[in-house]
Write a protein that binds this ligand. Structure first.
Ligand code: NAD
Ligand SMILES: O=C(O)C(=O)C[C@@H](O)[C@H](O)[C@H](O)COP(=O)(O)O
Ligand code: ZN
Length: 372
């Protein structure tokens, strides 16, 4: 076992994010006293269960415990009211008490859903995030945003509820399909675009090898991302000062694309965010705030790792107004105005409060027709 530890420090509380290898196999020891009872409720999805269930069972057996499993379907549609009920009923049947910690083993879908269930179960019980996708390791398992989707939009029902521990095991990424790795990579690149131009340079140099499987580079990508996220969350846990909103770069555009496609799996969250960040950059160019070369450098980087950079390439059957209308549900909406994360350059993201949605709709019309 080999791990680095990153504390997430919040007002009066903190928890550890451990990044390394052998963490799932050592989960029983890693979680220690957080697991108070002989039976540990674990929520996961079908694909993760087929690959990693035995490893977790063995890790609990090593400390004289056993898992009780709830296995849900894989995919974004699982973040639903119906599954929230299922998880809560499962936890109640397992007799979970407030002081217990349940385990979320999976990607962002399982982490968001299980974390939300933990936030409402008896008004809040503990949970341990064991993220198994790159996206969940670099982003969703850290920071306590939990949620489900509704017909009206992404993550509209949820809570801030921090985990008691996060175990990001690089070993489990070995079974992740390339498309899922690339989707998670978008959130890695995001940290460079927000406020760390050197990290964006690192991504340009090392991103392809990291995606191809280099374990040291994967560890470095996860560590740097977790450090960046922990720093932001410590400043603004509940997204009230504007600091945490920076983590939403590309998401207003991206969530609109996900909503338009109905969480069908045609576009993964990270894929939508990659296109969304290119749109944010190009919209910043339109406002005269960013050099066109910088925006196109971002698009070129995503293309270089076989990701879609241009919304036009999706061939959507909608106009800019329709996408802009999805944005009316964005949680950043404040007194009828929607703040946007825009860029003054790579690593220079800021929250703009003077954006007119009509102008965004017009911009999107042009982007939807861009020649690609
Ligand atoms: N809470 C947050 O701060 C936050 C941050 C970013 C994203 N999110 C949310 O996270 C979700 C996306 O997460 P995701 O990309 O992890 O998707 P996901 O959870 O659907 O996982 C992606 C796919 O990979 C499979 N999988 C997971 N681990 C695997 C492994 N080790 N080997 C093989 N297959 C594996 C899953 O079964 C699934 O099919 C979205 O709902 C998004 O809104 C939340
Ligand atoms: O942690 C955050 O804050 C983020 O915004 C991280 C995002 O990558 C993530 O997709 C988040 O769930 C989006 O939040 P939302 O508030 O726009 O639903
Ligand atoms: Zn995201």
């Amino acid at each position: 076992m080999n791990a680095a530890v990153f504390p997430v420090s919040l007002a009066g509380r903190s928890y550890e994010v451990r990044v390394g290898t052998g963490l799932l196999a050592g989960l029983g020891h890693q979680a220690g006293a957080l697991l108070r009872k002989p039976v540990v409720p674990v929520v996961t999805d079908e694909i993760v269960a087929s690959l990693w269930r035995d490893t977790l069972d063995a890790s609990l057996a090593a400390v004289g415990k056993k898992a009780s499993w709830l296995v849900l379907p894989s995919g974004e549609a699982t973040k639903s009211w119906a599954n929230l009920e299922k998880v809560c009923d499962f936890l109640l049947a397992e007799g979970v008490e407030r002081g217990d910690h349940i385990v979320a083993l999976g990607g962002g879908v399982i982490g968001d859903l299980t974390g939300f269930a933990a936030s409402v179960l008896k008004r809040g019980c503990g949970f341990i995030q064991v993220p198994t996708t790159l996206l969940a390791q670099v982003d969703s398992s850290v920071g306590g945003k939990t949620a489900i989707n509704t017909a009206a939009g992404k993550n509209l029902i949820g809570a801030f509820h921090q985990p008691g521990l996060v175990l990001a095991d690089i070993d489990v990424l070995a079974t992740l399909p390339p498309r899922e790795l690339r989707a998670g990579y978008a959130e890695v690149v995001k940290y460079g675009l927000i406020d760390d131009a050197d990290f964006f340079d690192w991504c340009e140099v090392h991103g392809p090898d990291m995606l191809a499987g280099d374990e040291e580079l994967r560890t470095e990508a996860v560590r740097r991302s977790v450090e960046a996220k922990a720093r932001v969350v410590a400043q603004d846990e509940r997204e009230t000062t504007g600091a945490r909103a920076l983590l939403n770069l590309g998401h207003t555009f991206g969530h609109a694309l996900e909503a338009e496609l109905g969480y069908s799996g045609r576009l993964l969250h990270g894929e939508a965010v990659a296109i969304g960040m290119v749109l944010a950059a190009r919209y910043s160019v339109r406002r005269g705030e960013m050099h066109r070369q910088d925006a196109e450098r971002i698009a070129a980087h995503f293309r270089s790792v076989d990701m879609i950079a241009d919304v036009a390439a999706l061939g959507l059957d909608c106009d800019g107004r329709r996408l802009a209308d999805h944005m009316l549900h964005d949680k950043k909406m404040d007194a009828g105005t929607l703040p946007f994360l825009l860029m003054r350059g790579i690593g220079k993201t800021y929250l703009a409060k003077d954006v007119a949605l009509d102008d965004v709709a017009e911009f999107l019309d042009a982007e939807l027709k861009r020649e690609v």
